[in-house]
Design a protein around this ligand. Structure first.
Ligand SMILES: [Zn+2]
Length: 255
């Protein structure tokens, strides 16, 4: 745990410095949401009426997963056959867009994998612990329902797939997009192998408009990422892109 705490205190010190720098830039775009100053998560609900769930919602994400009920969850039905098409810096996250053809089946409903993206540090916490990096695999059904799979990364060995993503980071400026040729196997390898070892709960998008009704799945087992790789993600934005944990409000969490 020491490493995590040390990492976070560095991040907190960094944010302090950045917030001051940002405040000095002025506030020319009030509709824009972000992670710093007047556009930070605490203000999202006021920035735009379309974002009001960010302030008023009762099943918001992320959460701290503290206690879960044993629900005999079955292994996740993932059918990933195709790879990625591009990688983009959208100003809020690094996102890998996926070709059509990968699906998650949940309670008999099919959700198509659209993209995955990263948060530094993690958004969801597990038993009060934050991780240096969390990936979100965003799946959408034909009728617009959303299911997100969260994967935690802990500091350890270099991750070979993240290395290929990291190779793009230094020249991926805000708003730019590049080709990114990850295969279906590559994508599967940044998910834990034990597909029945996860938490499940209801929540929201963790970015505006913070829409609720999102099915959340968070794998319990973290994968490895090196400190250098975490720094490469962090330095792309130079601020943490995680929304703070939201009240669970008695929400059922299954495991
Ligand atoms: Zn996310």
């Amino acid at each position: 745990m020491d490493k995590k705490i040390k990492y976070l205190s560095t991040v907190v010190a960094f944010v302090g410095a950045i917030s001051i720098a940002n405040a000095n830039e002025g506030n020319h775009n009030t509709k824009h949401w972000g992670y710093l100053g007047d556009s930070s998560p605490a203000h999202w609900g006021e920035i735009d009426s379309k974002f009001k769930m960010c302030g008023e919602g009762k099943q918001q994400s992320p959460i701290d997963i503290v206690s879960a009920k044993d629900a005999n969850l079955t292994p996740l039905k993932l059918d990933y056959k195709v790879g990625s098409k591009s990688i983009i810096n959208n100003g809020h996250s690094i996102q890998v867009n996926i070709k059509d053809g990968n699906s998650l089946t949940l309670d008999g409903k099919v959700y198509k994998l659209k993209q995955f993206h990263f948060h530094v540090p993690s958004e969801n916490n597990i038993h009060g612990d934050k991780f240096p990096l969390e990936a979100h695999f965003v799946h959408v059904s034909d009728d617009g329902k959303i299911a997100v799979i969260g994967v935690m990364f802990e500091e350890g060995k270099e991750n070979p797939i993240l290395k290929r993503i990291c190779n793009h980071l230094s020249h991926l400026d805000k708003g730019t997009k590049e080709r990114c040729g990850l295969s279906a196997e590559d994508i599967k390898s940044i998910m834990p192998k034990d597909g029945d070892n996860y938490y499940r709960f209801k929540g929201s998008l963790t970015t505006p408009p913070c829409s609720e009704g999102v099915d959340w799945i968070v794998y319990k087992k973290p994968l490895n990422v090196s400190k250098e790789q975490v720094n490469a993600f962090f330095n792309t934005f130079s601020f943490p892109n995680n929304r703070p944990v939201q009240p669970a409000n008695g929400r059922a969490i299954e495991e």
